[in-house]
Design a binder for this molecule. Sequence first.
Ligand code: GLN
Length: 256
Amino acid sequence: MCRHVAWVGAPRSLAQVVLDGPCGLARQSWAPQRQAHGTVNADGWGAGWWSPARPEPARWRSTRPLWQDASFASAAPHVSSTCVLAAVRSATEGMPADETAVAPFAAGRWLLSHNGRVDRSVLPVEAWPRAESVCDSAVLAAHLLQGLEGAPDAPRLVGERVAAVGAADPTARLNVLAGDGERLVATAWGDVLSVLETADGVALASEPWDDDPRWRDVPDRTLVVATAAGARLVPLADRGTTPTRAAASPLPQEVS
Ligand code: GLN
């Protein structure tokens, strides 16, 4: 399992979100506390952030362990953003090792990271040409991010698609963390996820980066939608049938 983290709210430096914190992502790359699958996350790392310069986010990815990246550690305190998303990777057996397989994956304004694994054969074939890599997480990202650009109900679409993929592959672990610069959309599906709501923004993380008592564990099978103003948690019911491919079925209308 990889680990991921994101912030939406008042500007924070990349160092604050990605590196700092006694149990932040940097430490989780070599000593995660709550990781059930894998031991270290040394197969690369990636970070993305949004700025007024353009609608699409900046993205910085590497196949090296995060703790070895002295150049990023030097630059990170100098770059701030209202929305930051980052991940460290522990590659699933058989998946590619190059940078294109490292999260976050991109589509337009959106970025997406995936903690987990999924049987790629349950994902719609239409997703493959858009995928940045044949890595399961990249194909999943291409599927989940399809058509989100400008969609008012983007969080609901992500939740429905994750639930449908989970129904098609009951062994899948589907913790995803996505963002478009204004909001974050995450799922807890087979792995841990925590949320921190503060006066100036919301953090989502596989593991809390410090011992702030406001961190809450997100229940499994839950969709989280966060903006600078707060976070909303919505249960994701298991879908009854097992389709051969991931067909979505609707979530309640209030999820948008
Ligand atoms: N399956 C993805 C990969 O191979 C994510 C792995 C993980 O969550 N450890 O990169």
